[in-house]
Write a protein that binds this ligand. Sequence first.
Ligand code: PMP
Length: 408
Amino acid sequence: MTGTQGTNLDQWYGHYAARTAGLAASEVRALFAVASRPEVVSLAGGMPYVSALPQQLIETAVERTVSEQGAVALQYGSGQGVPRLREQILEVMALEGIHGSVDDVVVTTGSQHALELLSKLFLDPGDVVIAEGPSYVTAITVFRSFQAETVHSPMDADGLEPQALRETIARVKAEGKRIKFLYLIPSFQNPMGVTLTWERRVEILEIARSEGILVLEDNPYGLLYFDQAPPPAIRSLDEDGVVYLGTFSKTLAPGLRVGWAIAPHAIREKLVLANEAAILSPSSFSQIVISEYMETADWRGQIDTFRGVYRERRDAMLAALQEHLPSMSWTVPNGGFYVWLTMPEHLDSKAMLPRAVKELVAYTPGTAFYADGNGRRNMRLSFCYPKPDFIREGIRRLATVINGELAL
Ligand code: PMP
């Protein structure tokens, strides 16, 4: 018998910091291993379709980075990010209705890293983050890793509901808890795919202001709209009460790991210090590659190309759902990567997943997107990565599984 019998296999068990208690592999992560088998149609992950990028132009940007700016690109850089890229980020931001100063932009290692830094700056154990219900799984993980509690507030097809938000805030306050952030993904939300209307953006900002709650506006998908652009960013309405998070992960490439925060001045200063403490400086190399790419390639045209690719895939998914699962309900996203499916009350998407994988289709169970166990009858279906034929086949397989459950 092994010497570890009856004890934990990890000899350091018991040594970890208390804040790591909530760090479990997410349902999304555990899925990746299974879903990456080629015979499985994965509607689970949120991987951008990077094959649609102009490879030649990326190669040119990399070459120019090495040959013309090697001394800077291969060196440590500023903790706030490369100044030229920060200017170019403002060009991207202008498309979202944000007109700021380069001083307010902090480059991070993806917007995930900005979430981590902001959590480090603001969250104490027991603090509350109010988030949409459902919300982005890895944001919930970050908040949990700082021992903060995510409390969800309900949404409908127009995004977070303002009256319900008022009630959620009142309830949390009545419990004597401190609310630190209102975390929102207003455009083509992950995982629901819905978009917060302009009227609600204004109203929700007003609520946050009157309650003294900092808004984190996480907007990776805003430029990936299919028909008309979403309303301007919430940050365009308020420079003091909103931290905006952006990223090149969906409009260019997640492998470069470059995102940014646009923050009120005082927060920006603290973010730079936290950035330096965590990583000294974001990758000079990646930043300069992006800067070169934006200088030499038609980056706006490339975003149009992505829109076309994802629109076709969204259409394929919606048509397949209509054909194969007409009695279910689902959201109709006008941009982004995701559809949110609702099944009849008694079905459980998590319990059903192994049967789906057996039928060679994968999705993300709705429970992954709630901190409180909700979402059993829901699933997130991503249309970003598989080609339309695979999406159609995936939904056909999914229908076999769901209809099999219904027949039980
Ligand atoms: N926020 C949301 C809502 C996301 O969907 C993602 C990526 N899936 C991120 C943040 C993180 O993106 P990145 O770190 O690649 O910028």
